[in-house]
Design a protein around this ligand. Structure first.
Ligand SMILES: *[C@@H]1O[C@H](CO)[C@@H](O)[C@H](O)[C@H]1NC(C)=O
Ligand SMILES: *[C@@H]1O[C@H](CO)[C@@H](O)[C@H](O)[C@H]1NC(C)=O
Ligand SMILES: *[C@@H]1O[C@H](CO)[C@@H](O)[C@H](O)[C@H]1NC(C)=O
Length: 326
Protein backbone atom coordinates (compact mmCIF):
# COMPACT_ATOMS: atom_id res chain seq x y z
CA UNK A 1 0.00 0.00 0.00
CA UNK A 2 1.13 3.53 -0.73
CA UNK A 3 1.39 6.04 2.07
CA UNK A 4 -1.85 7.96 2.38
CA UNK A 5 -0.70 11.36 1.20
CA UNK A 6 -3.60 13.70 0.69
CA UNK A 7 -4.31 14.40 -2.96
CA UNK A 8 -3.40 18.02 -3.67
CA UNK A 9 -6.87 18.99 -4.92
CA UNK A 10 -8.59 17.70 -1.81
CA UNK A 11 -6.41 19.69 0.54
CA UNK A 12 -7.54 23.26 1.13
CA UNK A 13 -4.74 25.58 2.22
CA UNK A 14 -4.55 24.99 5.97
CA UNK A 15 -4.90 27.84 8.44
CA UNK A 16 -1.87 28.35 10.61
CA UNK A 17 -3.36 26.42 13.52
CA UNK A 18 -3.99 23.23 11.53
CA UNK A 19 -0.96 21.21 12.51
CA UNK A 20 -1.63 21.52 16.23
CA UNK A 21 -5.35 20.96 15.82
CA UNK A 22 -4.74 17.88 13.73
CA UNK A 23 -2.26 16.56 16.23
CA UNK A 24 -4.76 16.99 19.04
CA UNK A 25 -7.42 15.35 16.93
CA UNK A 26 -5.16 12.41 16.29
CA UNK A 27 -4.35 12.23 19.96
CA UNK A 28 -8.02 12.13 20.89
CA UNK A 29 -8.74 9.53 18.26
CA UNK A 30 -5.95 7.44 19.66
CA UNK A 31 -7.43 7.63 23.13
CA UNK A 32 -10.95 6.79 21.99
CA UNK A 33 -12.47 3.29 21.61
CA UNK A 34 -9.49 1.08 21.72
CA UNK A 35 -9.59 -2.44 22.81
CA UNK A 36 -9.69 -4.96 19.99
CA UNK A 37 -12.22 -7.05 21.88
CA UNK A 38 -9.94 -9.97 22.74
CA UNK A 39 -12.96 -11.76 24.18
CA UNK A 40 -14.50 -12.06 20.76
CA UNK A 41 -11.96 -14.19 19.03
CA UNK A 42 -9.12 -15.58 21.08
CA UNK A 43 -7.75 -18.53 22.95
CA UNK A 44 -9.23 -21.29 20.83
CA UNK A 45 -7.45 -24.16 19.14
CA UNK A 46 -9.46 -25.07 16.04
CA UNK A 47 -7.48 -28.23 15.35
CA UNK A 48 -7.56 -29.66 18.87
CA UNK A 49 -10.40 -31.53 20.48
CA UNK A 50 -10.59 -29.99 23.97
CA UNK A 51 -12.84 -32.74 25.26
CA UNK A 52 -10.11 -35.36 25.03
CA UNK A 53 -7.69 -33.55 27.31
CA UNK A 54 -9.21 -35.07 30.45
CA UNK A 55 -6.07 -36.84 31.54
CA UNK A 56 -3.02 -35.01 32.70
CA UNK A 57 -0.15 -34.85 30.26
CA UNK A 58 2.88 -36.12 32.13
CA UNK A 59 6.24 -34.80 31.08
CA UNK A 60 7.10 -32.65 28.13
CA UNK A 61 6.66 -33.82 24.58
CA UNK A 62 6.39 -32.66 20.97
CA UNK A 63 3.42 -30.41 20.29
CA UNK A 64 1.30 -30.90 17.19
CA UNK A 65 1.31 -28.22 14.53
CA UNK A 66 -1.59 -25.94 15.48
CA UNK A 67 -1.60 -27.02 19.14
CA UNK A 68 -0.82 -23.51 20.39
CA UNK A 69 -1.90 -21.22 17.56
CA UNK A 70 -0.68 -18.03 19.26
CA UNK A 71 2.85 -19.32 19.97
CA UNK A 72 5.52 -17.59 17.90
CA UNK A 73 9.31 -17.92 17.57
CA UNK A 74 11.17 -14.62 17.94
CA UNK A 75 14.35 -14.77 15.88
CA UNK A 76 17.33 -12.44 15.63
CA UNK A 77 19.67 -12.06 12.70
CA UNK A 78 23.41 -12.10 12.81
CA UNK A 79 25.91 -12.51 10.04
CA UNK A 80 27.41 -15.78 11.23
CA UNK A 81 24.20 -17.67 11.98
CA UNK A 82 21.51 -15.93 9.93
CA UNK A 83 18.18 -15.90 11.74
CA UNK A 84 18.08 -17.97 14.90
CA UNK A 85 15.56 -18.58 17.65
CA UNK A 86 15.99 -16.38 20.74
CA UNK A 87 12.67 -16.37 22.53
CA UNK A 88 9.03 -17.32 22.35
CA UNK A 89 6.03 -15.01 22.34
CA UNK A 90 2.27 -14.93 21.95
CA UNK A 91 0.27 -13.34 19.18
CA UNK A 92 -2.34 -11.15 20.92
CA UNK A 93 -3.94 -9.61 17.86
CA UNK A 94 -3.27 -9.84 14.14
CA UNK A 95 -0.48 -7.29 14.36
CA UNK A 96 1.04 -7.62 17.84
CA UNK A 97 3.16 -10.11 19.79
CA UNK A 98 3.57 -10.21 23.57
CA UNK A 99 7.01 -11.27 24.79
CA UNK A 100 9.52 -10.61 27.58
CA UNK A 101 11.50 -7.36 27.83
CA UNK A 102 14.77 -9.22 28.47
CA UNK A 103 14.40 -10.93 25.07
CA UNK A 104 14.74 -7.66 23.20
CA UNK A 105 16.66 -5.40 25.61
CA UNK A 106 20.03 -5.93 23.92
CA UNK A 107 18.67 -5.24 20.44
CA UNK A 108 15.94 -2.65 20.52
CA UNK A 109 16.21 -2.02 16.80
CA UNK A 110 13.31 -3.84 15.08
CA UNK A 111 15.57 -4.33 12.07
CA UNK A 112 17.35 -7.27 13.79
CA UNK A 113 14.26 -9.33 14.30
CA UNK A 114 11.62 -11.45 12.71
CA UNK A 115 8.68 -13.40 14.06
CA UNK A 116 7.82 -16.88 12.80
CA UNK A 117 4.20 -17.95 13.28
CA UNK A 118 2.54 -21.37 12.91
CA UNK A 119 5.79 -23.28 13.01
CA UNK A 120 6.55 -26.57 14.72
CA UNK A 121 10.02 -27.45 13.47
CA UNK A 122 12.26 -24.37 13.52
CA UNK A 123 14.33 -25.82 10.68
CA UNK A 124 11.39 -26.39 8.40
CA UNK A 125 9.24 -23.51 7.24
CA UNK A 126 6.41 -24.53 5.00
CA UNK A 127 2.77 -23.53 4.82
CA UNK A 128 0.98 -22.65 7.08
CA UNK A 129 4.14 -21.03 8.51
CA UNK A 130 4.17 -17.23 8.20
CA UNK A 131 7.13 -14.93 8.72
CA UNK A 132 6.85 -11.25 9.57
CA UNK A 133 9.39 -8.55 10.17
CA UNK A 134 8.88 -6.19 13.11
CA UNK A 135 7.88 -2.56 12.76
CA UNK A 136 8.46 -1.46 16.33
CA UNK A 137 9.40 -2.74 19.75
CA UNK A 138 7.74 -1.42 22.91
CA UNK A 139 9.66 -2.49 26.00
CA UNK A 140 8.15 -1.74 29.41
CA UNK A 141 9.86 1.46 30.50
CA UNK A 142 10.20 0.25 34.11
CA UNK A 143 11.77 -3.10 33.31
CA UNK A 144 14.32 -3.62 36.07
CA UNK A 145 17.21 -5.96 35.39
CA UNK A 146 17.96 -6.62 39.05
CA UNK A 147 14.49 -7.12 40.48
CA UNK A 148 13.33 -8.54 37.12
CA UNK A 149 10.10 -6.60 37.49
CA UNK A 150 8.05 -5.57 34.45
CA UNK A 151 9.77 -8.03 32.13
CA UNK A 152 7.29 -7.46 29.36
CA UNK A 153 7.39 -6.09 25.81
CA UNK A 154 5.18 -5.77 22.76
CA UNK A 155 6.28 -6.22 19.16
CA UNK A 156 4.29 -4.55 16.45
CA UNK A 157 4.53 -6.55 13.26
CA UNK A 158 5.22 -5.18 9.81
CA UNK A 159 2.27 -7.11 8.39
CA UNK A 160 -1.24 -8.08 9.46
CA UNK A 161 -1.51 -11.81 9.97
CA UNK A 162 -4.79 -13.40 8.88
CA UNK A 163 -6.18 -15.97 11.31
CA UNK A 164 -6.75 -19.57 10.33
CA UNK A 165 -6.75 -23.00 12.00
CA UNK A 166 -3.02 -22.64 12.75
CA UNK A 167 -2.95 -18.96 13.71
CA UNK A 168 -5.15 -17.54 16.46
CA UNK A 169 -4.68 -14.74 19.00
CA UNK A 170 -4.22 -15.51 22.68
CA UNK A 171 -6.75 -14.31 25.28
CA UNK A 172 -5.41 -12.13 28.06
CA UNK A 173 -7.17 -12.02 31.43
CA UNK A 174 -9.04 -8.84 32.37
CA UNK A 175 -8.28 -9.43 36.03
CA UNK A 176 -6.58 -12.18 37.99
CA UNK A 177 -8.28 -15.46 37.17
CA UNK A 178 -8.45 -18.03 39.95
CA UNK A 179 -6.97 -21.29 38.73
CA UNK A 180 -8.31 -24.52 40.22
CA UNK A 181 -8.06 -28.21 39.33
CA UNK A 182 -10.66 -27.48 36.66
CA UNK A 183 -8.13 -25.38 34.81
CA UNK A 184 -5.25 -27.36 33.34
CA UNK A 185 -2.24 -25.12 32.65
CA UNK A 186 0.41 -25.62 30.01
CA UNK A 187 3.69 -24.19 28.83
CA UNK A 188 5.12 -24.45 25.36
CA UNK A 189 8.37 -23.47 23.75
CA UNK A 190 11.51 -24.49 21.92
CA UNK A 191 13.63 -24.41 25.07
CA UNK A 192 14.55 -27.48 27.08
CA UNK A 193 11.43 -28.41 29.01
CA UNK A 194 12.77 -31.68 30.41
CA UNK A 195 15.74 -32.04 32.75
CA UNK A 196 18.88 -32.47 30.67
CA UNK A 197 16.99 -31.77 27.47
CA UNK A 198 18.63 -29.87 24.67
CA UNK A 199 17.34 -26.77 22.97
CA UNK A 200 14.59 -28.19 20.78
CA UNK A 201 13.83 -27.76 17.12
CA UNK A 202 10.34 -29.15 17.62
CA UNK A 203 7.89 -27.15 19.74
CA UNK A 204 7.50 -28.77 23.16
CA UNK A 205 4.52 -28.63 25.48
CA UNK A 206 4.00 -29.71 29.07
CA UNK A 207 1.35 -29.47 31.75
CA UNK A 208 2.38 -27.52 34.85
CA UNK A 209 1.00 -26.49 38.23
CA UNK A 210 0.67 -22.88 39.32
CA UNK A 211 2.13 -22.30 42.78
CA UNK A 212 0.48 -19.68 44.97
CA UNK A 213 2.71 -16.74 45.84
CA UNK A 214 3.00 -17.69 49.52
CA UNK A 215 4.36 -21.12 48.58
CA UNK A 216 6.70 -19.77 45.93
CA UNK A 217 8.05 -17.17 48.34
CA UNK A 218 8.79 -19.63 51.17
CA UNK A 219 12.28 -19.44 52.60
CA UNK A 220 13.47 -22.59 50.83
CA UNK A 221 11.78 -21.58 47.57
CA UNK A 222 12.30 -18.03 46.23
CA UNK A 223 12.43 -16.47 49.71
CA UNK A 224 10.35 -13.37 49.04
CA UNK A 225 11.81 -12.42 45.65
CA UNK A 226 8.54 -13.03 43.79
CA UNK A 227 6.22 -10.01 43.50
CA UNK A 228 2.45 -9.75 43.03
CA UNK A 229 3.10 -9.21 39.33
CA UNK A 230 4.75 -12.60 38.89
CA UNK A 231 3.42 -16.15 38.70
CA UNK A 232 5.33 -19.33 39.61
CA UNK A 233 4.58 -22.50 37.66
CA UNK A 234 6.18 -25.87 37.10
CA UNK A 235 6.21 -29.13 38.97
CA UNK A 236 7.39 -29.37 42.55
CA UNK A 237 10.12 -31.86 41.63
CA UNK A 238 11.38 -29.22 39.23
CA UNK A 239 11.70 -31.71 36.39
CA UNK A 240 9.22 -29.87 34.19
CA UNK A 241 9.55 -26.16 33.64
CA UNK A 242 10.57 -23.50 31.23
CA UNK A 243 14.23 -23.11 30.36
CA UNK A 244 16.53 -21.10 28.10
CA UNK A 245 14.79 -20.47 24.82
CA UNK A 246 11.34 -20.50 26.40
CA UNK A 247 11.56 -16.87 27.56
CA UNK A 248 8.76 -14.68 26.31
CA UNK A 249 6.54 -17.68 25.62
CA UNK A 250 3.14 -18.38 27.16
CA UNK A 251 1.90 -19.94 30.37
CA UNK A 252 -1.70 -20.71 29.50
CA UNK A 253 -4.63 -22.23 31.31
CA UNK A 254 -7.86 -23.67 29.98
CA UNK A 255 -11.20 -22.31 31.25
CA UNK A 256 -13.89 -24.86 30.37
CA UNK A 257 -16.68 -22.40 31.23
CA UNK A 258 -15.67 -20.23 28.27
CA UNK A 259 -13.86 -22.99 26.30
CA UNK A 260 -10.83 -20.74 25.90
CA UNK A 261 -7.19 -20.67 26.93
CA UNK A 262 -5.95 -17.57 28.69
CA UNK A 263 -2.29 -16.59 28.64
CA UNK A 264 -1.73 -15.89 32.34
CA UNK A 265 2.03 -15.51 32.18
CA UNK A 266 5.02 -14.63 30.02
CA UNK A 267 8.08 -16.81 30.65
CA UNK A 268 10.64 -14.69 32.50
CA UNK A 269 13.30 -16.40 34.62
CA UNK A 270 14.39 -19.30 36.81
CA UNK A 271 16.82 -19.42 39.71
CA UNK A 272 20.48 -19.40 38.71
CA UNK A 273 20.72 -22.90 40.19
CA UNK A 274 19.27 -24.11 36.91
CA UNK A 275 16.08 -24.96 35.15
CA UNK A 276 15.24 -28.20 36.88
CA UNK A 277 15.89 -27.50 40.54
CA UNK A 278 13.26 -28.61 43.06
CA UNK A 279 11.41 -25.69 44.68
CA UNK A 280 12.68 -23.25 42.04
CA UNK A 281 9.84 -23.25 39.54
CA UNK A 282 9.91 -21.08 36.45
CA UNK A 283 8.74 -17.53 37.07
CA UNK A 284 6.37 -15.80 34.67
CA UNK A 285 5.31 -12.19 34.44
CA UNK A 286 1.60 -12.28 35.29
CA UNK A 287 -0.37 -10.75 32.42
CA UNK A 288 -3.42 -9.83 34.54
CA UNK A 289 -1.65 -6.88 36.15
CA UNK A 290 -0.35 -5.58 32.82
CA UNK A 291 -3.68 -5.41 31.06
CA UNK A 292 -3.75 -1.60 31.20
CA UNK A 293 -0.18 -1.30 29.99
CA UNK A 294 -0.84 -3.68 27.12
CA UNK A 295 -4.08 -2.00 26.14
CA UNK A 296 -2.63 1.48 26.18
CA UNK A 297 0.01 0.36 23.69
CA UNK A 298 -2.37 -1.72 21.59
CA UNK A 299 -4.46 1.40 21.27
CA UNK A 300 -1.68 3.31 19.62
CA UNK A 301 -0.98 0.37 17.33
CA UNK A 302 -4.57 -0.10 16.39
CA UNK A 303 -5.08 3.39 15.07
CA UNK A 304 -2.87 2.60 12.19
CA UNK A 305 0.47 3.84 13.39
CA UNK A 306 1.67 3.71 9.79
CA UNK A 307 -0.57 6.53 8.70
CA UNK A 308 0.10 8.41 11.92
CA UNK A 309 3.80 8.41 11.25
CA UNK A 310 3.27 9.50 7.65
CA UNK A 311 1.00 12.24 8.85
CA UNK A 312 3.58 13.18 11.39
CA UNK A 313 6.18 13.65 8.71
CA UNK A 314 3.70 15.60 6.65
CA UNK A 315 2.81 17.91 9.51
CA UNK A 316 6.39 18.36 10.55
CA UNK A 317 7.30 19.48 7.10
CA UNK A 318 4.32 21.79 6.98
CA UNK A 319 5.20 23.13 10.42
CA UNK A 320 8.66 24.04 9.24
CA UNK A 321 7.23 25.54 6.06
CA UNK A 322 4.82 27.72 8.00
CA UNK A 323 7.57 29.02 10.16
CA UNK A 324 9.73 29.76 7.17
CA UNK A 325 6.93 31.75 5.59
CA UNK A 326 6.35 33.81 8.72
C1 LIG B 1 15.58 -2.11 40.51
O1 LIG B 1 15.42 -3.07 41.53
C2 LIG B 1 16.42 -2.97 42.53
C3 LIG B 1 16.26 -4.17 43.44
O2 LIG B 1 14.97 -4.32 43.90
C4 LIG B 1 16.25 -1.65 43.26
O3 LIG B 1 17.22 -1.53 44.28
C5 LIG B 1 16.40 -0.51 42.25
O4 LIG B 1 16.14 0.71 42.85
C6 LIG B 1 15.45 -0.72 41.08
N1 LIG B 1 15.78 0.25 40.05
C7 LIG B 1 14.89 1.10 39.57
C8 LIG B 1 15.37 2.01 38.50
O5 LIG B 1 13.73 1.12 39.97
C1 LIG C 1 -6.59 -7.29 11.43
O1 LIG C 1 -7.45 -6.84 12.44
C2 LIG C 1 -8.17 -5.66 12.11
C3 LIG C 1 -8.90 -5.20 13.35
O2 LIG C 1 -9.49 -6.24 14.05
C4 LIG C 1 -9.09 -5.98 10.93
O3 LIG C 1 -9.82 -4.83 10.56
C5 LIG C 1 -8.24 -6.47 9.76
O4 LIG C 1 -9.09 -6.86 8.68
C6 LIG C 1 -7.38 -7.65 10.16
N1 LIG C 1 -6.47 -7.98 9.07
C7 LIG C 1 -6.27 -9.24 8.66
C8 LIG C 1 -5.32 -9.43 7.53
O5 LIG C 1 -6.82 -10.20 9.18
C1 LIG D 1 -14.89 -18.79 34.16
O1 LIG D 1 -14.21 -19.27 35.30
C2 LIG D 1 -13.28 -18.38 35.88
C3 LIG D 1 -12.61 -19.03 37.06
O2 LIG D 1 -12.73 -20.39 37.09
C4 LIG D 1 -13.99 -17.12 36.34
O3 LIG D 1 -13.06 -16.21 36.89
C5 LIG D 1 -14.68 -16.50 35.15
O4 LIG D 1 -15.43 -15.35 35.57
C6 LIG D 1 -15.64 -17.49 34.48
N1 LIG D 1 -16.17 -16.88 33.28
C7 LIG D 1 -17.47 -16.89 32.98
C8 LIG D 1 -17.88 -16.20 31.72
O5 LIG D 1 -18.29 -17.42 33.71
Amino acid sequence: MRPPFLPAAAAPPPPASTPLALLLLLFCKVLAPLIPGPEDECGTRPLMDEKVTETRIVGGHDAQLGAWPWQISLQAFDFSMGYHHICGGSLINNNTVLTAAHCVMERLDPYFWRVVIAVKNLYRHKPPTVVSRIRSIIMHSNFNRSSLENDIALLRLMSYIPYNDYIQPACLPKASLAVTDENPCYISGWGAIILGGLHKHILQEAQVDIFPLDICNQADWYAGFITQNMVCAGTESGIIGGCQGDSGGPLMCYFPNVTKYYVLGVTSFVSSEGCSTPKRPTVYIGTANYRDWIESHLAINKNNAASISYLFIFLTVEWVALHLVV
